[in-house]
Design a protein around this ligand. Structure first.
Ligand SMILES: Nc1nc2c(ncn2[C@@H]2O[C@H](COP(=O)(O)OP(=O)(O)OP(=O)(O)O)[C@@H](O)[C@H]2O)c(=O)[nH]1
Ligand SMILES: [Mg+2]
Length: 313
């Protein structure tokens, strides 16, 4: 593992401490407290997983799979179940190998989500990382609802060392995207990252605006690959799921950015989101700096949540 990755994994492990502690306490009780694998055992296990925000549906799928594995492997002792459980959970969240193909093509990445979840910050972090990877990046400041939003994104553009197309406060966001596409074509941009508003006068306006932005991109830049990432705040647990469902009605969501996993007790939501929506978590955020956003690696995430031991401090 590179130093940067090691540092990120360390922050992820540290950030998930609250979630892990709650799971670990439950696991101790179940895996050493029960002498038989019976209905009570499975019920207790179910409760621990639901409490960690894995969601009822996902937990049910995991438990069913575990039951199969226990049968197949002729497991008798509860303690022997733990590794099988971790394996079941990992299987719930495999990311397909083409998940990041867009990064190597000319693409438009639309970042959507409700207010305050971390959209602008994620655009900034992604821009910094793509630029570092040698891509030509352009930002579109399509949150024109607040003047501060344009300033905030401009600061990120400066920090990341990339160009930005912005309009006036209150101008038409779709027009900003239109201009940004023209600039992206002229400048031979690899990745156009569009920040959007999280709040308008009402929700209907917000959804209508996203539809309009989508139409503009489809019409003006059909040759570009499309990627639509919804940003969800990891601290909001099951609420994040219902937000994603609402946005799915107006946009073809291709991935999820799950932010603020530093310090949440609801880290299990990453597993639920992926399993329930059928949309992969592609990036996770564990802090406010550029390097605090990384591609989501399900195996190391599950390890950070279920198996990593606390370091004595
Ligand atoms: N701790 C932590 N904070 C984060 C993370 N991602 C974003 N934030 C913080 O969350 C706050 C909101 O982030 P923004 O990027 O402005 O969110 P937004 O979705 O663009 O918000 P609106 O434009 O108002 O809709 C900021 O203070 C960010 O620094 C993260 O992964 N961890
Ligand atoms: Mg914003």
């Amino acid at each position: 593992m590179s130093e940067e990755k090691k540092g990120f994994f360390g922050r992820l492990v540290a950030g998930l401490t609250k979630t892990r502690k709650s799971i670990a306490a439950g696991f101790d009780y179940i895996f050493s407290g029960f002498t038989h694998i019976d209905d009570d055992f499975y019920e207790e296990l179910e409760e621990v997983l639901v409490m960690a925000d894995l969601g009822v549906h996902t937990t049910g799928a995991i438990i069913d799979d575990l039951k199969e594995k226990v049968k197949e492997n002729h497991i008798k002792e509860p303690a022997q179940c733990k590794a099988l459980l971790v394996q079941s959970i990992k299987e719930q969240m495999t990311v397909s190998t083409d998940a990041y193909d867009f990064e190597d093509e000319t693409c438009v990445v639309l970042i959507i989500g409700v207010n305050g979840v971390g959209k602008t910050t994620s655009v900034g972090k992604l821009a910094g990382q793509y630029k570092k990877a040698g891509k030509k990046v352009l930002m579109a400041a399509a949150d024109t609802f607040r003047a501060a939003a344009i300033e905030q994104l401009t600061e990120w553009a400066n920090r990341a060392g990339v160009d930005i197309i912005a309009g006036q406060e209150g101008s038409d966001p779709a027009a900003v995207v239109y201009d940004a596409i023209a600039a992206a074509k002229a400048r031979k941009t690899d990745i156009l990252l569009c920040d959007t508003a999280g709040r308008l006068h009402n929700k209907k306006n917000l959804m209508e605006e996203l539809r309009k932005i989508n139409r503009i991109i489809d019409k003006e830049f059909p040759q570009a690959r499309r990627e639509t990432l919804i940003v969800l705040d990891g601290t909001t647990g099951q609420n994040a799921l219902s937000q994603a469902r609402q946005f799915k009605e107006v946009a073809d969501i291709t991935g999820i950015i799950l932010t603020k996993l530093d310090g949440t007790a609801k880290g299990g939501i990453a597993i639920a989101i992926q399993a329930e929506l059928g949309v992969p978590v592609k990036y996770i955020g564990v802090g406010e700096k550029i390097e605090d956003l990384q591609k989501f690696d399900p195996d190391s995430f599950v390890d950070a949540l279920f198996t990593t031991q606390e370091q004595p401090s």
